[in-house]
Write a protein that binds this ligand. Structure first.
Ligand SMILES: Cc1ncc(COP(=O)(O)O)c(C=O)c1O
Length: 400
């Protein structure tokens, strides 16, 4: 077996199952989970119709590069959303959701024969970054994102000698779990570091359409364009329909950026078998070409977060994020509990599941930046989220 497999950490939900083993949730409450970050708003009818009406083409193998019509639809969306011009022939590739693409991209980029191959990741982070780094033969290095810096990743904490051996960095903006959006100044810093040390930037932007401020989150390619880097050198963005269009089951997204990286990634994907089904391609074209359902979806999240956040902020340190569908809340010190103890006791007493923050981060330089926090995914309908929030308030009040 590949020995690198043994380096993989259990997934947060696996750890949660172990944590909850033996806990009997209070039977008088029906179960509500804020644990998994899976969209639950209904899939728009126009996407279902496009799927149902796109059954032709299944008798042929699809091209790994995807139909040019799909890549043109993606490029059109990039222009409307970010004012960014990308060449659909050379700077875009369809992917089967951003998760597989983030993983496969690391396998394409990393040269494990170079000593000390390193991948820099935010901490806390989406666990695929770590697995992708480890299976490519690299070592992850974690840069903390903590409340004291408003959850901006502390890239300055990465020592020079680490940057020197860094081949790839993952950026997650809007962030999971913090919801923080990277400003232009931070992009400028990362581009300068990439120019100096030669590493590639993988920008995970799958929450870009769920935001709470007036201004839509800045994209990586948008930042590059603003700074005159229109060749997107060593930059790749990853986006997805999963959250934007409530279709995580469709497995559809795309990457865009540096044409040289796209070329290598296409080669890798050809062998890996990363082509997208023609049915999904056609439904994806319909989804990227429609913005109305995205506006409506965002309005639902805004309404929900506007109601739930103040309920919880009365009893715990939690604020409306810039974007994403998570609340990243602090376990009140007055409870004298760790994040895992909090999650366990909340389940036992009120049958509500939240994800312990320490499961989403790693201890680095003596601190786990996820410790004492919990992630709540407000993905269910508002009434269910409201009920969960009421129970959390009662839980905290009952313990203080
Ligand atoms: C930060 C982040 N990136 C990527 C993904 C993967 O999404 P998908 O593969 O559905 O595009 C997720 C899913 O939860 C995520 O939270």
């Amino acid at each position: 077996m590949n020995p690198l497999l043994s380096l993989l950490q259990p997934y947060p939900f696996e750890r949660l199952r172990q944590l909850f083993a033996g806990v009997t949730p209070a039977p008088e409450y029906r179960a509500i989970s804020l644990g998994i970050g899976e969209p639950k708003h209904p899939t728009p009818q126009l996407i279902k119709d496009a799927l149902a009406n796109s059954m032709d083409g299944l008798a042929a193998y699809p091209a790994t590069a995807g139909d040019i019509q799909l890549r043109e639809a993606c490029a059109g969306w990039m222009d409307r959303r970010y004012g960014v011009k990308v060449n659909p022939a050379t700077q875009i590739l369809p992917v089967n959701g951003s998760r597989e693409a983030l993983f496969a991209f690391a396998q394409t980029v990393i040269d494990p024969s170079r000593p000390g191959a390193t991948v820099v990741s935010p901490n806390p982070f989406y666990q695929i970054y770590e697995g992708a780094a480890l299976l490519s033969g690299a070592t992850p290095y974690f840069a903390p994102s903590v409340a004291e810096r408003n959850f901006a990743v502390d890239w300055d904490s990465v020592p020079d000698e680490v940057w020197q051996r860094t081949q790839l960095i993952f950026v997650c903006s809007p962030g999971n779990p913090t919801g923080a959006v990277m400003p232009l100044s931070e992009w400028e810093k990362l581009f300068a570091l990439s120019d100096k040390y030669g590493f590639v930037i993988a920008s995970d932007e799958c929450y870009s359409e769920i935001y709470f401020r007036d201004e839509a989150p800045l994209g990586g390619l948008e930042a590059a364009t603003k700074l005159g880097r229109t060749d997107f050198k060593r930059l790749m963005m990853f986006t997805s329909l999963s959250k934007r269009s409530n279709v995580p089951g469709m497995r559809s997204g795309f990457v865009a950026g540096d044409a040289d990286l796209i070329k290598s990634f296409l080669l890798y994907r050809t062998y890996h078998g990363g082509a997208m089904s023609p049915t999904i391609q056609k439904a994806s074209i319909a989804a990227w070409n429609d913005e109305q359902h995205v506006v409506e979806n965002r309005a639902l999240y805004r309404q929900k977060f506007a109601e739930i956040t103040p309920m919880l902020s009365k009893v715990m340190d939690v604020a409306l994020p810039d974007a994403s569908f998570y609340l990243w809340a602090k376990v009140p010190d007055s409870l004298g509990m760790s994040d895992t103890e909090f999650a366990k006791a909340l389940l036992a007493q009120y049958n509500v599941t939240v994800l312990p923050g320490s499961y989403l981060a790693r201890e680095a330089n003596g601190i786990n930046p996820g410790a004492q926090r919990v992630r709540m995914a407000l993905v269910a309908e508002t009434a269910e989220c409201r009920e969960a929030a009421e129970r959390i308030v009662q839980f905290i009040q009952s313990r203080t």
